[in-house]
Design a protein around this ligand. Structure first.
Ligand SMILES: Cc1cc2nc3c(=O)[nH]c(=O)nc-3n(C[C@H](O)[C@H](O)[C@H](O)COP(=O)(O)OP(=O)(O)OC[C@H]3O[C@@H](n4cnc5c(N)ncnc54)[C@H](O)[C@@H]3O)c2cc1C
Length: 500
């Protein structure tokens, strides 16, 4: 990892007694430091050892930490819950844990908005929303993330008429590298706002956000088995067949689960009778154990996928519950994941190309360079792959957040996964490489939270507002205090060599 030491002290600070300022700040901030604390993400796939690990609970404390970082020439990274499956949240400089920045600020039941501190976890947010009879319109699979972490990576759920969560942000407060507190919204400093909503921590520390909500609602959820070809042939109708539609495809089989949810006034239904098939004991022990065996005998993976589909998904299911309980589900145990969005009109082609790649080891992609004529390039024929289920397919409406992967494009997210049974590694790199090639050829944009290999230069081609974003980043953080290795790889032109 590159050194976190950079020249960040401003010239005005150079005139005062820097050593005594630093020592005063260190003393004042001492109580917020967790000595020798390392950081590991949820999937235990990335870890780092920050030089200092701070847990502030007020904006004033954050301003002091940034002041000390400036004087000491340190880089700074905010973290929420550390759920990003990449090195996005890693640093060897100052880490700011935002767990204590979790207070409720206000709710407006008429306008259906809530303002909270940005480190609040979603499950806590849901409690405040429930109290005020409101709910988020759309959610991803879990509610462990912090509000700022969720928005900073454009986390999404599913629903043809429902954009990614970050489209619900109405205003936010940001503390910049210079310790300046900036309030911005769709109407006040709109350029900073459009850049900051999804900014991966690169513009500063977000301390509060106001979110647009809707009246609390229940969802009627129905899921049923279907066949891949039948789904792909009727995809447009299926995408619009309910307010929220997601698909789980079991690779190596033609089995798909079609998951639908619609708002309803029906009462919450009784939970289904408990059964070994749906118990968490079964998935955590039997499924994880079988995945572990597959590490040594990968040829068993297709049979395991067929068995698990039969055991858990081959019968239709129906239920009514609070929105959060239907949107969220158990994501089981640590995993490698990759996920990109493509225009949803390309979904069927992309999934067929992915199926071909998994079964034959062949990637057939159109050349992605628009200057060159589209040609079909075939990677030399290799053996097929053995990959885990599910491949998750979700749909989001386009939005206007500059760095949202759904900026200006109705998008389909295709997520791939390789579980790490009992935290053990499994091979995934060949799967990732072919998948990324396919997604690139369909105009894909990677999910920011997930590890990917796209450079700034390529991202600039696919994000119309990337240049404006970079200008704002340069303006707010000219010395790169908030850059880490991930951000240098993906948000900084390779020609710019940041000072180390
Ligand atoms: C089990 C699981 C399920 C998931 N499901 C989904 C899903 O359904 N849909 C989806 O799109 N994604 C999903 N994700 C990805 C997840 O939503 C993102 O990784 C999200 O960013 C995690 O939030 P966090 O609070 O853990 O953020 P972290 O991982 O801690 O940080 C993410 C980024 O936000 C920045 N950040 C955090 N707080 C602040 C702040 N206060 N100010 C400035 N920057 C800040 C960090 O610097 C970092 O760049 C899932 C991840 C896991 C592990």
């Amino acid at each position: 990892m590159a050194s976190s030491t950079v020249t960040l002290a401003s010239s005005s600070e150079a005139h005062v007694d820097v050593a005594s300022l630093k020592s005063n700040l260190q003393q004042e901030l001492g109580a917020l430091v967790s000595p020798n604390r390392s950081f590991e993400n949820w999937a235990r796939t990335f870890r780092c050892v920050p030089e200092q690990y701070y847990s502030p609970s007020t904006e004033e404390e954050i301003i002091k930490i940034l002041h000390l970082a400036r004087l000491s020439g340190k880089r700074v990274k905010a973290i929420g819950t550390g759920h990003s499956p990449s090195d996005l949240a890693c640093t060897d400089g100052f880490m700011i844990n935002t767990d204590k920045l979790n207070r409720f600020i206000r709710a407006d039941e008429k306008e259906l908005t809530i303002t909270v501190e940005a480190g609040m976890k979603l499950h806590q947010l849901h409690e405040y929303l429930e109290f005020h009879e409101m709910a988020m319109s759309n959610l991803g699979s879990i509610s462990d993330q912090s509000v700022a972490g969720l928005m900073s990576t454009a986390t999404h759920g599913t629903g043809a008429e429902y954009p990614s969560c970050c489209a619900a942000v109405l205003d936010l407060t940001l503390i910049t590298a210079q310790g300046e507190k900036i309030y911005c919204s769709k109407t006040e400093k709109p350029d900073i706002f459009n850049a900051a909503v999804c900014s991966l921590g690169s513009l500063g520390i977000i301390t509060s956000m106001t979110l647009q909500c809707e009246p609390a609602f229940r969802l009627e959820n129905k899921q049923e088995p279907a066949k891949l070809d039948q789904v792909l042939d009727n995809l447009d109708a299926i995408i619009h067949s309910a307010e929220h539609v997601r698909l789980w495809w079991y690779p190596h089989t033609d089995n798909v689960v079609v998951w639908r949810a619609n708002r309803t006034t029906k009462p919450v239904s009784k939970p289904p009778a408990s059964s070994w098939r749906t118990s968490s004991w079964f998935t955590f022990n039997v499924y994880q154990g079988l995945l572990y065996i597959c590490r040594f005998v990968p040829s068993l993976i297709p049979s395991l996928s067929r068995f698990m589909f039969w055991a858990t998904q081959s019968r239709p299911l129906e239920r009514v519950d609070k929105s959060v309980k239907v949107f969220n589900f158990d994501c089981l145990f640590p995993q490698y994941v990759n996920e990109w969005s493509i225009p949803w009109s390309r979904t069927a082609e992309a999934l067929r190309a992915l199926n071909q790649f998994i079964e034959n080891g062949v990637v057939q992609v159109e050349n992605v360079n628009p200057e060159e004529k589209a040609v079909v390039s075939t990677v030399k024929k290799e053996k097929g792959l053995k990959v885990h289920f599910p491949i998750e397919i979700r749909f989001v409406k386009k939005d206007d957040v500059w760095l949202s992967p759904a900026y200006g494009v109705d998008s389909c997210y295709i997520g791939i996964i390789m579980y790490r049974p009992y935290g053990k590694p499994v091979p995934y790199k060949r799967f990732w490489a072919g998948y990324e090639k396919i997604m690139t050829s369909f105009g894909g944009r990677p999910h920011w939270a997930k590890a990917h290999s796209v450079t700034y230069e390529d991202l600039e081609k696919s994000y119309p507002k990337m240049k404006q974003f970079s200008e704002i980043r340069q303006q707010l953080d000219p010395k790169g205090m908030f850059l880490n290795d991930y951000l240098r790889r993906h948000l900084v032109p390779s020609s710019e060599t940041p000072s180390n």
